[in-house]
Write a protein that binds this ligand. Structure first.
Ligand code: SF4
Ligand code: SF4
Length: 338
């Protein structure tokens, strides 16, 4: 790589940061594609791309210090809007210099891409890990040295060849030696056990996405499917009036208008994750200290496995995340009207 290319990368990074990106890294599109096992490759979407540019925008710490999950969700959507704006700005910057930039959409699912595996154009956390911006942790959130899991990401593909950044030199997530996200997850979507012989969290990190969606997308498509199935197959005696005027319907309307609840409706694994310079501030808040009180979780040995156990759960929050069946529940004739 020549001096000109390096100078262009520095210029691009400075521009993105001035536009509001908190972090930005670059990698080779060809090398990334070579190690991706499914269709979430650059070449599936566009030919001739040389580089991947990944960048992030952090969640406001103040939002995460509140007890209000809806307010936190609004902050998520503001961050996502910022990611859209940054994507456009970076693409414009590239076009002004005679290159193309293709912004990979963070939220859209491309339903004809692959019916079995994930359906976005690129899996951002793997792009970010590949480009050295962070590491996917035990729960497959992208962790960065700056903000742990508490950021949103965007990716731009480009035909401009940029010098790749080095990978992160150390693991940010110690896996089940920490395990705080696993014990606090209200839907048990994160592994709580792993072979004792595992050398790194990279050997067993995983997220049960369906389980997670019950908490994080409680007004999402899965909840709608479950509720419609119950109604169509008449699994419960429904009172139409109660069904129409219930909390689920109001939240559904809100999610359509403001996206609230459609994603980013659970932050439990974000509150407790120690990496990130923002964590010190977050954990000062009395309410956040209660997420996992000191001594509440412990790593134990179970035969040839290590496991994380929770000794001080916070069960009073569970109902907030297990509301996917609320539509039908609210409409059944045995329920009291809200
Ligand atoms: S977002 Fe909530 S439900 Fe999903 S993995 Fe994190 S804690 Fe679990
Ligand atoms: S909470 Fe602990 S185990 Fe979970 S992702 Fe963060 S560092 Fe890793």
């Amino acid at each position: 790589m020549g001096e000109t290319t390096r100078a262009l990368k520095d210029e691009l990074k400075a521009y993105a940061r001035a536009q509001g990106a908190d972090m930005i890294s670059v990698g080779s599109a060809e090398a990334f594609d070579a190690q991706v096992p499914n269709l979430q490759k650059t070449s599936t979407t566009a030919a001739g791309m040389k580089s991947l540019i990944v960048f992030g925008r952090h969640m406001l710490t103040g939002a995460l210090t509140t007890t209000d999950v809806e307010l936190q969700g609004v902050n998520s959507h503001m961050c996502m809007d910022e990611i859209d704006r940054l994507s456009l700005a970076i693409c414009d910057w590239l076009e002004a210099r005679g290159y193309v930039g293709i912004a990979s959409p963070p939220e859209a699912a491309f339903l004809d891409l692959d019916p079995v595996k994930p359906m976005g154009t690129l899996d951002f956390k793997w792009v970010a890990e590949f480009c050295g911006m962070g590491q996917a942790g035990l729960e497959l959130n992208l962790l960065t040295p700056e903000y742990g899991p508490r950021q949103y990401m965007g990716v731009v593909m480009t035909d401009l060849e940029l010098e790749p950044d080095p990978k992160l030199s150390r693991d940010l997530c110690p896996g089940l030696k920490c395990g705080r996200c696993a014990v606090t997850c209200p839907t048990q979507a994160i592994p709580q056990e792993a072979p004792a012989s595992a050398r790194s969290v990279r050997d067993y990190r995983y997220l049960n996405k369906r389980q997670c969606s019950l908490g994080a997308q409680r007004i999402g498509i899965r909840a709608l499917h479950l509720n419609l199935e119950d109604i169509i197959f008449q699994r419960a005696p429904i009172d139409p009036e109660r069904l129409i005027d219930c909390r689920y319907m109001r939240e559904w309307w809100q999610s359509n208008n403001f996206k609230v609840g459609s994603f980013a409706a659970c932050f439990e694994c974000w509150y407790v994750c120690p990496p990130g310079k923002d964590f010190k501030q977050l954990i000062q808040v009395p309410y956040r200290k209660q997420d996992i009180p000191v001594g509440a979780a412990a790593t134990i040995r179970r035969g040839d496995k290590i496991a994380i156990v929770h000794r001080g759960p916070n069960p009073e929050r569970a109902d907030a995340y297990n509301r996917d069946k609320e539509f039908v529940k609210a409409g059944t004739v045995t329920q009291d009207k809200e």
